[in-house]
Design a protein around this ligand. Structure first.
Ligand code: MLT
Length: 404
């Protein structure tokens, strides 16, 4: 008789953004006259930049022509894209990364959940608290997290690194030594960042203890301050301890197009085993690559026209971030984030729980955000708003919140 992977049965509730989606749909169905503004999930609203659309059109034409038609993509992704990534995301920042250390994929969400597969089940993970829920949930599904305590909302075999107002929402080196460390900067959900010297401490710590850092840099394009690193490979020694995940969703609006990549340097080893070979084996066996037309669209992100257009798009969202942050401050909220990241992290008023504030905001202002507690116990009493809405909706949402 077939048996299920009962690790799935340990997962409490459904995926955070599915729960929110269901709640909002139910509210909308009960209140069809209300114009709900969604600043919950970090989904983009601006159309793809013209340089990307042009690249998509011409790639589609190539696919309709026998001479230029392409079938399966190469295992690691097309060289034209991997070369553009190396030149722009790494060489331009003084980082040494080779094109054959890049694995092109259909996005950072999949990579961040799949990467744990190449590690032993008895590895202990450390995560920031609050944290992007995919890192923990994917380890739960694999059976690496022990038992769930409903009271503390924590897993027995996970090391939580609280990111609170007191520590500037930056994790401290854990007391217990982890095997895998998930870091995401600029951070989802808090919008906080760490400096290059702070990140260097993590790299040194990982090299000393033999831990591997899984570094999610999906929001790197939103960095505005000079001492904030864009890549972990800006730190000395990162090639022997870090995997980096990158996405085209937030910097180029590919949430519906799907493209990302993972970097595994060849020197990165667990004992004698190079992780590059393991991920290559997994990629080759389980994945057939992002579509050719999407990889051509990704290449256009790095064209001169693409870069100029996307700079404007990022500035558009960051202007929203400023509107949210300043508007909420004026309204008396305690807010952070929104300077190097498209997320604003606010304290709920009057000690309301995160979910109570979610319901209150939905009912009274018809604005959707994300409850901080959905990202982990240290997110309780906090709330996240995204700057990825339209300018008009962002303004309207803040006016509604101010009027409460
Ligand atoms: C978020 O809202 O946290 C993100 O959009 C989720 C994601 O990127 O998968």
């Amino acid at each position: 008789m077939a048996k299920v992977n009962d690790n799935y049965l340990k997962l409490p509730g459904s995926y955070l953004f599915s729960t929110i989606g269901k709640k909002v749909s139910a509210f909308q169905a009960a209140n069809p006259d209300k114009a709900v503004i969604r600043l919950g999930i970090g989904d983009v609203t601006q159309p793809l930049a013209p340089a990307i659309i042009d690249a998509l059109h011409s790639a589609v034409d190539e696919m309709g022509n026998a001479e230029t038609f392409r079938g399966y993509a190469p295992d690691l992704g097309y060289e034209f894209l991997r070369n553009a990534i190396v030149e722009n995301d790494y060489k331009a920042r003084g980082c040494t990364i080779e094109a054959d250390e890049i694995f092109v994929s259909d996005g950072a969400k999949c990579d961040s959940s799949n990467i744990q597969e190449i590690f032993s089940l008895d590895n202990k993970i450390a995560v920031c608290d609050p944290v992007y829920p995919v890192y923990v949930d994917s380890n739960v599904m694999a059976g690496r997290t022990g038992t769930y305590d409903t009271k503390s909302e924590t897993w027995s075999d996970v090391i939580y690194m609280p990111c609170l107002e007191e520590n500037g929402f930056a994790p401290e080196l854990p007391k217990e030594t982890p095997d895998l460390i998930y870091l995401c900067f600029p951070n989802n959900p808090t919008g906080a960042t760490i400096t290059k010297s702070q990140l260097q401490e993590w790299v040194d710590y990982a090299n000393k203890t033999g831990a591997v850092i899984i570094y999610d840099a999906a929001y790197e394009a939103y960095i505005s301050e000079s001492d904030v690193p864009h890549s972990i490979y800006e730190c000395e020694g990162a090639r022997t301890c870090a995997i980096e995940l990158k996405s085209f969703s937030k910097n180029a609006g590919f949430t519906g197009v799907r493209l990302g990549y993972t970097v595994i340097p060849k020197e990165l080893k667990c004992g004698q085993t190079a992780l590059h070979g393991l991920w290559a084996r997994r990629h080759g066996t389980k994945y057939n690559g992002a579509p050719y037309i999407v990889q051509r669209a990704g290449e256009a992100v790095y064209s001169e026209a693409g870069k100029a257009q996307l700079k404007k798009q990022v500035a558009y969202y960051m202007n929203n971030a400023k509107i949210i942050k300043e508007g909420l401050k004026d309204a008396g909220f305690t807010v952070s984030g929104g300077v190097n990241a498209p997320y604003i992290w606010l304290k709920t008023p009057d000690k309301m729980t995160s979910w109570d504030f979610f319901d209150y905001l939905l009912e009274k202002a018809n604005v959707v955000g994300t409850p901080g507690s959905g990202f982990g116990p240290s997110g309780e009493g906090y709330f996240r708003l995204t700057a990825f809405g339209t300018y008009e909706n962002t303004l309207a949402a803040i006016e509604r919140i101010k009027a409460l």
